[in-house]
Write a protein that binds this ligand. Structure first.
Ligand SMILES: Nc1ncnc2c1ncn2[C@@H]1O[C@H](COP(=O)(O)OP(=O)(O)OP(=O)(O)O)[C@@H](O)[C@H]1O
Ligand SMILES: [Mg+2]
Length: 256
C-alpha cells in the first residue's frame, strides 16, 4: 500500500432543517499521506468544519468510508475507539470554548493522558513538562487557567493538549486565524518542526490562502460540500482550475 495515513471515500452529510436541507458534505474523497499536510480552503459554509467534525467522530456522516492506516474508522467498536481516539486530534479557532474555565492548563493537557492511561503519575508530569516545552511554553503555565493567558499562548496550550495523546493526524480548523501575523508565523514554524520531527499529518483548514499555501503540501478546494479541485499547493494557488479556486485567489489583497 502507499503511505496513506487517512483515506476518505464518498463522505456525505446532509443537515435537515425546517423545510430545507443542506448538503454539507457531498461525496467527498481524498487521502493524506504520513507526514503530509493537506490544506482545505473554500468559501464560508462550504463544509470544511463539517468534514473536520466527521473525521473526529463528533458527528456521524450519512455515507462514506474513513480509513486510518487501512482500518475502518467508522466501524471501530467503542472499546477499540477508546484506544484509538487519540490518533486524530483537533485544534479549533477558539480554544476558550474547548477548555473548562475552572481547571488548570496542566490538568486540561493531562486529561487525555489519564484517559489514555499513558504512564504513571510522575511520568505523566514529566510528559506534561515536555509537552509545554515542545510548544514553546514555560512550565509555570501548568498552574494557570485558560482565560489567564494570551491568545497566542492559548493556541499553544490547545496544540499541547492535542499532542498529548500522540496523534497521527491533527486537524486544525482555522486554528491560527485569530492570531496576529507574528504569532501566526511562530505557530506555523512550530507545526512544520513537529511534522518534520515526528511525522505527524495535518489537515489544515484556513481562509487565508497565503497561510494555507505556506504550510500545505497539497490543497483541496471545497464548495457546497464538494471538493472541486485538488493538487499541489503551489499549483493550485498559482494557477487554480476551478471557478471557486480562481475566486479565492482573486480575493487575496494585492498589497500584501
Ligand atoms: N449542526 C448543523 N445543523 C444544520 N446545519 C449545519 C450544521 N452544521 C453546519 N451546517 C450547515 O452546513 C453547511 C456547511 O457548514 P460548515 O460549518 O461545515 O462550513 P465551513 O466551510 O466550515 O464554513 P466557515 O468557513 O464559515 O467556517 C452550512 O450550510 C451550514 O449552515
Ligand atoms: Mg468552519
Amino acid at each position: 500500500m502507499s503511505g496513506d495515513l487517512l483515506m476518505v471515500e464518498g463522505l456525505s452529510k446532509r443537515f435537515a432543517g425546517r423545510g430545507r436541507s443542506v448538503r454539507a458534505l457531498d461525496d467527498v474523497s481524498f487521502s493524506i499521506r504520513k507526514g503530509e499536510t493537506l490544506g482545505i480552503v473554500g468559501p464560508s459554509g462550504s463544509g470544511k468544519s463539517t468534514l473536520a467534525r466527521v473525521l473526529l467522530r463528533l458527528i456521524e456522516p450519512d455515507a462514506g468510508r474513513i480509513l486510518i492506516d487501512g482500518e475502518d474508522w467508522r466501524s471501530l467498536s467503542p472499546k477499540a475507539l477508546r484506544h484509538r481516539r487519540g490518533d486524530i486530534q483537533m485544534v479549533f479557532q477558539d480554544p476558550l470554548s474547548a477548555f473548562n474555565p475552572r481547571t488548570t492548563i496542566g490538568k486540561a493537557i493531562m486529561d487525555p493522558l489519564r484517559i489514555h492511561a499513558v504512564g504513571k503519575r510522575h511520568s505523566r508530569m514529566a510528559a506534561l513538562a515536555e509537552l509545554l516545552q515542545r510548544v514553546g511554553l514555560s512550565a509555570d503555565m501548568a498552574s494557570r487557567r485558560i482565560h489567564e493567558v494570551s491568545g497566542g499562548q492559548r493556541q499553544r496550550v490547545a496544540l499541547a493538549r492535542a499532542l498529548a495523546s500522540r496523534p497521527r493526524l491533527v486537524v486544525l480548523d482555522e486554528a491560527l486565524s485569530a492570531l496576529d501575523v507574528s504569532l501566526r508565523g511562530q505557530m506555523l514554524e512550530l507545526l512544520v518542526r513537529l511534522q518534520r520531527d515526528e511525522g505527524i499529518s495535518f489537515l489544515f483548514i484556513g481562509h487565508d490562502p497565503a497561510v494555507v499555501r505556506m504550510i500545505s503540501h497539497r490543497v483541496a478546494v471545497m464548495d457546497q460540500g464538494r471538493i472541486v479541485e485538488t493538487g499541489d499547493a503551489d499549483a493550485v494557488f498559482s494557477d487554480p482550475r476551478s471557478d471557486t479556486g480562481k475566486a479565492l485567489i482573486a480575493a487575496i489583497p494585492t498589497w500584501r
